[in-house]
Write a protein that binds this ligand. Structure first.
Ligand code: MG
Length: 347
């Protein structure tokens, strides 16, 4: 089927099975664990001897994404990435994804093909097999559900609750960029609504826009930790903001923490956008989310192994639970970390 035809082809012309076949016709399996992929009643996987990791994410139009400024190709890519990131956060690697889709009549075949182009791109980049899924018609826009399956050696699985007092808390890249990218897109959407035809002014902010629209998952970090022989004591991916996610590590490990504002990595575009929109970039890093960096803890005895690594950035350490969970600000105030927003000063 040529691209020219695709633009005018309606999904209903293909039928459900025709559509699935059309969208998955080029899929080639990358992993030995994928015994049978798309095309049977169920996928077949072989994970003998390893721990199986399964995670799922449901994305609803109007709640989790806005198609006014989200290209479908990027959306497909991101839908896979967020699941890959969750598998990586267990210190394993993803090997399969299952993608299910609900689409209303406003979408044509070309739209769904764009979405799948992003899905295939993410799968190829991260060596993951698309092994199944479902499509159905919907009355309320687009719904995407992605389930990722992966594995980890039994002794290397990392959970949220394994930190000990004094373990160093590390992240893997700058934070708050995805949130600032979203604020920029929202601002331009409002301008466009008031004055249709006005081109959005997104120049100079490529980096934060990419952080929001086309994030990456940190498979490179999991590989690096493996090479260094480091198994973190706890780990999570930063999907809800540094504050919420470090609190998850503290809660599950039954500990407190102290992080340092001056150590929180910020990109220069995040700071510039913060100035322009009058949003504190540290607040964006703490509460913004969607950055998909990893956040993990290692014992101080392991620190020498990673101290030269530019990709691994210490932001603080774990404390006894009675200390609580605090950020030391650049002005030396202790600010209590909250799941949403931060307030209340200590000392
Ligand atoms: Mg997660």
């Amino acid at each position: 089927m040529s691209d020219e035809n695709d633009k005018n082809t309606r999904i209903s012309d293909l039928g459900e099975f025709g559509l699935i076949e059309h969208l998955t016709r080029k899929v080639q399996l990358h992993n030995e664990s994928s015994i049978r992929g798309v095309g049977d009643d169920a996928a077949v996987m072989d994970y003998s001897g390893r721990r199986v990791l399964v995670t799922s994410d449901l994305l609803l139009e109007g709640i989790h994404f806005n198609l006014m400024y989200t290209p479908l190709k990027h959306l497909g890519y991101k839908a896979v990435i967020v699941n890959i990131s969750d598998v990586l956060a267990m210190n394993g690697f993803p090997e399969q994804v299952v993608v299910s889709l609900g689409v209303s009549g406003k979408f044509g075949l070309k739209h769904i093909e764009d979405l799948y182009e992003g899905i295939h791109l993410a799968c190829d980049k991260y060596h993951v097999d698309l092994v199944g899924g479902d499509t159905t018609s919907s009355v309320t826009g687009m719904t995407i559900s992605v389930t990722a399956v992966g594995s980890v050696e039994p002794e290397k699985a990392v959970f949220r609750g394994g930190s000990r007092v004094n373990d160093i808390i590390c992240t893997t890249g700058n934070l708050g960029g995805a949130y600032m990218g979203l604020q920029l897109l929202e601002r331009e959407k409002e301008v466009f609504k008031k004055r249709p035809g006005v081109q959005p002014d997104l120049s100079g902010y490529d980096y934060i826009l990419e952080r929001q629209l086309k994030p990456e998952a940190r498979a490179d970090i999991i590989r690096l930790l493996g090479e260094k022989g480091i198994v973190p004591t706890s780990m999570i991916d930063i999907s809800d903001g540094l504050s919420s996610d470090v609190l998850h590590l503290c809660h599950h490990s039954n500990l407190g923490c102290k992080i340092f504002q001056e150590k929180i990595p910020l990109h220069k575009e995040t700071e510039k956008m913060g100035q322009e929109l009058d949003i504190d970039p540290t607040t964006a890093a703490l509460n913004g989310g969607d950055d998909y960096e990893l956040l993990f803890t290692i014992p101080t005895s392991e620190y020498d192994k990673i101290k030269e690594e530019e990709k691994i950035l210490p932001v603080g350490h774990m404390t006894s639970p009675d200390f609580g969970c605090y950020m030391v600000s650049t002005s030396d105030h202790q600010i209590e970390l909250k799941a949403q927003g931060w307030s209340k000063q200590k000392g």
